[in-house]
Design a protein around this ligand. Sequence first.
Ligand SMILES: [Fe+2]
Length: 397
Amino acid sequence: MSKETHTEQTQNARTQTASDPLGIRGYDFIEFYVGSAKMVAFWFARALGLDVTAYAGPETGIRDRISYYLTSNRLKFVITSAVQPSNYEVTGFVQKHGDGVKRWAVEVDSVEEAFRYATGHGAVMVTRPHRIEDARGYVDEAAIRLYDDTELVYVNRDHYNQSLRPGYCKPIQDIEFQHEETHLVQVDHIVGNVRENEMNLWADYFNQTMAFETFIDFKAGDIGTKYSALLSKVVRSHGSKIRNPINEPFAGLKKSQIEEYIEHYQGSGVQHIAIATDNIIKSIAALRKNGVEFLSVPDTYYDALRQRPDLKIKEDIAELQKYGILCDIEGTGYLLQLFTKPIGDRPTFFFEFIQRQGGSQGFGKGNFQALFESIELDQKLRGNLDREYQPNMPPCW
Ligand SMILES: [Fe+2]
């Protein structure tokens, strides 16, 4: 690093220290480890409408793995799989957890400063600050531990404007995807599912090591149906650039969706990523056309929504109903949201699509009842609602 650059970065970091000691600018990339990157990347491109913008693999000097880099506006996803069994970091993850989120990154003013603050306040180190460079420039990265096998990465790419990082090149594959425009803009929040009694531990971890604060605390009875329940805390960074709900199961008559996740993921990890859209009606219409599968909402949900005295929304409820979009009103604002079914084979990771109107800050608490009932129907079909596996066994055709 040149002396000039170092001074610039240090000054940036110092300026940031007054408000946020980590100098967090926002979400950066999210990396999934999967069984077959080529096929999962195809789904992300074809179904979510993302562009395959870069590729890394044996042809680009990386021998043991393949990664596709997909983007749309400020969304950045990396899909990675192993091409050699000796790459146990990837194969071991997928064998245990199935396809899932290995790491998510936040962009910071200075990786070194952010890492020093976090580890100095108790964060578990995974990767020390290091520089990845080529002739075009460099990217700084470091990582700390999160949940069981997940990592939180600090990244700064001020000195690299080519794709994700050195090692990635233009896709060598002849990929041209026909898909509907999906209007996806950026990550809104990332949610973790953890075991019973782990929620406070991880909320405290964020608050202590990254100077976050807990700003929503859903207690027993706030979220759940008569069958299944959960506890949830939402932590956020300075200025709310990063919002991270953490769920843990709570005792209910039957097995909660969080318990089902923990069993199938074999531990704690990322449950869902909420993607902000600038037009949720167009987004859901396009995503449905692209073949994305969503949780279903009963018509009675919209009958109840129409009866609400505080209902002041710009969108036509008939259109929301047509596409199955949920609406939660909070104060002067409201949010529109919808959840996919799990995107892989295991009932673990799924996506949420969200549009916030009028400064809405919530997560759809008013929709939890309808949502949980819909999830319970799917859990029942999988035989996972009761504590003992109860196969549904419908006539197959
Ligand atoms: Fe969410």
